[in-house]
Design a protein around this ligand. Structure first.
Ligand SMILES: N[C@@H](CCC(=O)N[C@@H](CS)C(=O)NCC(=O)O)C(=O)O
Length: 217
């Protein structure tokens, strides 16, 4: 049952892009309702005409909030940050903010789209794993190098930022695709530090209303 005035997140438990937004909502303490969109069932519920009206790209997440419907996880996170500023997810300092956007874009434009369901479905059964592994590994080599310059406890120094909201779900995808993470000690260390935080735990794919029973934590 969805309640009046609460934001509604169109979500899939395992969607890494949606997880980014769930973390932002949790960090900012925003209560919301979830409207699950099963990306596998019925040939993909994101392809239904009802959901296409919500997001013409036929992807999750979408967020209904403040009388508007937004898609694109980074646009959603930035809207949340501009309208609900605490805690900040984009630093005040322009250089740090640029680093946060650079890392977020590296993951959101340079890695995730290449291993997204829509792309993998174009490949043969025997090709998918190697394809996803190769693009995640290539992106992680670049990311590891960048983080060596920008990271403190988290991706950009010691404050949790939008970059961290992109990192953790991408590491989760890497693990799902059995990517060898040993060449990426900084990524691994930051991921572990972030996974200690409650907002990252409660928004984890294993703890969502639409998580199937066998994948629940
Ligand atoms: N750039 C978009 C990407 C959204 C996206 O790729 N969503 C995936 C799940 S993480 C999806 O809905 N895939 C459905 C499909 O490929 O059919 C964002 O950041 O929100």
């Amino acid at each position: 049952m969805q309640s009046v005035n609460k934001p509604v997140l169109h979500t899939y438990f395992r969607s890494s892009c949606t997880w980014r937004v769930r973390i932002a909502l949790a960090l900012k303490g925003i209560e919301y309702d979830q409207a699950p969109v099963n990306l596998i069932k019925d040939g993909g519920q994101q392809l239904s005409s009802k959901f296409t009206d919500i997001n013409p790209m036929q992807q999750v997440p979408s967020l209904e909030i403040d009388g508007i419907t937004l898609s694109q996880s980074l646009a959603i996170i930035q809207y949340l940050d501009e309208t609900r500023p605490k805690p900040r997810l984009l630093p005040e300092d322009a250089k740090k903010r640029a680093y946060v956007r650079m890392i977020s874009d590296l993951i959101a434009s340079g890695i995730q789209p290449l291993q997204n369901l829509m792309v993998l479905q174009k490949l043969g059964d025997g090709e998918r794993l190697g394809w996803a592994q190769s693009y995640i590994t290539k992106g992680f080599h670049a990311l590891e190098k960048i983080l060596d310059c920008t990271a403190g406890q988290y991706c950009v120094e010691d404050e949790v930022s939008m970059a961290d909201l992109c990192l953790v779900p991408q590491v989760y995808n890497a693990e799902r695709f059995k990517v060898d993470l040993t060449p990426f000690p900084t990524i691994t260390r930051i991921n572990q530090a972030l996974m200690e935080l409650e907002a990252f735990k409660v928004s984890h794919p294993s703890r969502q209303p639409d998580t199937p029973p066998d994948l629940r934590a």
